[in-house]
Design a protein around this ligand. Structure first.
Ligand code: DGL
Length: 277
């Protein structure tokens, strides 16, 4: 598409669509292109090196489609690949382009939600092990205590469409019990994985009523609005034809469309993106 300079949105699979949904609601005037690396998802248990390689390949693919700005709508990629991409890869590729993640904008505001100053972060193994949330939240809210729990089985349950079946309850309860056992003072639980909003209803069922759940979609969308206001040169370089295009790295695009609709809350018609490995 000539002259199309969309905002690129990346996730390992479907989860980033929960963020894209909020971004599109806030900023409907721009063009967007989404890629879910479903052929290689989940990323959560993969090594630092592999997550960086896969993420950078997808970001480069988005650059080839004309994106001046890419959002990593994936906590695992934000935790394990963003720093390298920002500090090394972009400088070699094209310093005018920008790649932003979801952890920093979340860390900037999460402290405003808690009264007890103790929060729980639920995420993939990769996100939790990276310690990114502890570090970033510590920068903005040094007096807040961050408890973390990896939930390695949640993404596979969600990606395979099992998240609303009775079998999922066991694993939802198991990880919630583990994080709540870390402290009785947790009053805020952050869904630090863009897939988890799909099981928010189930999470609520197993959570005491005094604990609030925070998901990232609206937080990241507000942060992007603010970023574009502060960077008019970037804002003006993005095209505005209100188009949304979706791509998956799995050649079965119909399967992607079926699940993507659940995450995006609107029908999705995707194309196949062949990422050369
Ligand atoms: N949606 C991704 C995140 O926010 C992770 C999914 C995965 O494990 O691939 O962390």
């Amino acid at each position: 598409m000539v002259n199309n300079k969309p905002i690129g949105i990346f996730d390992s699979g479907y989860g980033g669509l929960t963020v894209f949904r909020s971004i599109f609601k806030q900023l409907p005037e721009y063009d967007y292109i989404y890629i879910g690396d479903t052929a290689r998802a989940p990323y959560g248990n993969r090594s630092f090196q592999t997550i960086h390689q896969y993420t950078w390949e997808c970001v480069q693919w988005l650059f080839k489609q004309g994106c001046p700005l890419v959002i990593l709508a994936c906590n695992t990629a934000s935790a394990k690949a963003l720093r390298n991409i920002q500090q090394i890869d972009l400088k070699n590729e094209d310093p005018a382009r920008r790649v932003l993640g979801v952890i920093r904008p979340t860390a900037e505001v999460i402290g405003n939600y808690t009264q007890t100053k103790e929060i729980g972060v639920l995420g993939t193994k990769g996100t939790v092990q990276s310690g990114s949330y502890r570090m970033e939240i510590g920068n903005f809210f040094p007096d807040i205590k961050v408890h973390q729990q990896a939930c390695p089985l949640w993404v596979p349950l969600i990606e395979n469409g099992e998240y609303d079946k009775p079998g999922a309850d066991y694993f939802v309860k198991q990880y919630l019990d583990q994080i709540l056992a870390q402290s009785a003072n947790i009053d805020t639980l952050l869904l630090g994985c863009t897939h988890y909003p799909l099981i928010e209803k189930k999470i609520k069922e197993y959570l005491p009523g005094n604990i609030q759940i925070v998901s990232q979609g609206d937080i990241v969308a507000h942060s992007l609005v603010d970023y574009l206001q502060r960077h008019p040169e970037m804002e003006q370089s993005i095209s505005r034809n209100k188009t949304q295009r979706f791509f998956t790295t799995t050649d079965d695009t119909e399967d992607f469309d079926h699940y993507a609709e659940l995450f995006f809350s609107s029908p999705v018609k995707s194309g196949y993106a062949e990422i050369k490995c």
